[in-house]
Design a protein around this ligand. Structure first.
Ligand SMILES: Cc1ncc(COP(=O)(O)O)c(C=O)c1O
Length: 381
């Protein structure tokens, strides 16, 4: 059974300044930059009985199979500008950054269940600095190898994702910089830059909608791990001040519904038990401290779903030529649950999802665990 939370926020459009393209300008200068595609899939829309289904497909960012590198790379850029070279030009690309840190003995450190750590390792390699990445026990070997392939020192610990984060945090010093995609009191500056880095995805969507003359979404479904990506969605779409802003719906695994828990409690306390879930990127027990306020102000609803919906979504997407993981399919899984799970009938009505709806799903990764992918698609799981 799914769970949900309706957030009747009174002040949706208050307190947001117009978004800027700074992160997109930075990313577009990096080697290998291309927009992640935005698809409009009428066949799937027909199957879901809505007007259009938009899919932002993040299966290849700078050759990595997920969106996360957008955050890590921009945060490192901002850190260098603030703490190493304040005269760094806004237009400085990789060469400018390398110049700024030349002669410094830097290492980037982070914790991850896969994608973020690979992004940190990637930018470290681009800059010619070291990377140490902590991972929780039980991480599948393909995700570990993916990060090692970027040249990072990967340390798999006996413990959860939250414990991996605290191990990474302990290593911080003036030469070892923690680049973490979650936040807590006293550690919020870099996570905010990471959220800003994700704005590249939002500006691409904006430009792609215009370029392909597509209707703006009436609803956006975003997967939630610690909530940083959801903050980027809320910040962007509320700041654009559209007369008819889209409804924003967060999707979490029911066993790791840390945002739903935080919104219910009104504070960022951790879940007592977290996981297991096949949606590995969303298996987080504590929402980021910088996420709660924006989500309370800008999120319309949260849905917590069982793993079976992710399997169903992966299979459906595969039939329509999209190969994605359990986490990647989770936003569509949320749509399927909303349309088909009777326990969500009231929410569906509240969100006014009908034949006029244009739903945007953020499909945040490609295939990161080929074994699980094959088992799910070919029916073994
Ligand atoms: C594939 C994928 N999708 C979505 C998310 C959720 O992002 P966040 O943790 O910022 O909520 C993650 C997080 O690692 C992820 O790996």
């Amino acid at each position: 059974m799914s769970r949900y939370l309706i957030n009747e926020k009174p002040s949706k459009l208050v307190g947001y300044s117009l978004p800027n393209r700074q992160a997109l300008d930075f990313h577009s200068q990096l080697p290998g930059y291309t927009q992640a595609p935005l698809f409009s899939n009428h066949e799937l829309a027909e199957r879901l009985e809505i007007a259009d289904l938009l899919i932002k497909f993040e299966s290849s960012r700078f050759g990595l199979p997920a969106f996360k590198v957008l955050g890590a790379s921009f945060a490192v850029r901002q850190w260098i500008q603030k703490y190493v070279d304040s005269s760094l030009e806004q237009t400085a690309g990789l060469a400018g950054l390398k110049n700024a840190i030349a002669g410094r003995d830097l290492t980037l450190v982070s914790a991850t269940d896969g994608n973020h750590g690979r992004g940190v390792a990637w930018i470290a390699r681009q800059l010619g600095v070291g990377a140490i990445i902590f991972m929780p026990s039980g991480t599948v070997i393909s995700r570990i190898e993916g990060i090692r392939s970027e040249g990072a020192d990967v340390r798999v610990i006996e413990g959860s994702y939250d414990e991996a984060v605290s191990r990474a945090a302990q290593l911080q010093n003036e030469n070892t910089i923690l680049i973490q995609d979650t936040s807590w009191e006293g550690y919020e500056e870099i996570p905010r830059w990471i959220v800003e880095g994700y704005s590249t995805m939002m500006w691409e969507i904006h430009d792609q909608l215009q370029h392909h003359q597509l209707s703006r979404p009436t609803h956006i479904f975003v997967p939630i791990g610690v909530g940083s990506l959801a903050v980027a969605v809320v910040n962007h779409f509320n700041s654009m001040q559209y007369p008819d802003p889209p409804r924003i719906i967060g999707v979490e695994p029911i066993s790791a519904a840390c945002a739903l828990h935080a919104m219910e409690e009104g504070q960022t306390s951790p879940l007592e038990v977290c996981g297991p879930t096949i949606m590995a990127g969303l298996n987080c027990g504590t929402i980021a401290s910088i996420a709660l306020d924006p989500l309370q102000r800008g999120m319309d609803a949260l849905i917590a779903i069982e793993d079976d919906w992710a399997i169903k979504a992966m299979r459906l997407l595969y039939q329509h030529n999209f190969s994605t993981s359990e986490s990647g399919a989770s936003s569509l899984a949320g749509v399927l649950a909303l349309l088909e799970d009777q326990t969500l009938a009231h929410l569906k009505q509240y969100l006014e999802i009908n034949q006029d709806s244009v739903i945007l799903t953020l499909m945040t990764e490609g295939i990161t665990d080929p074994t699980a992918f094959t088992e799910i698609i070919h029916g073994g799981k």
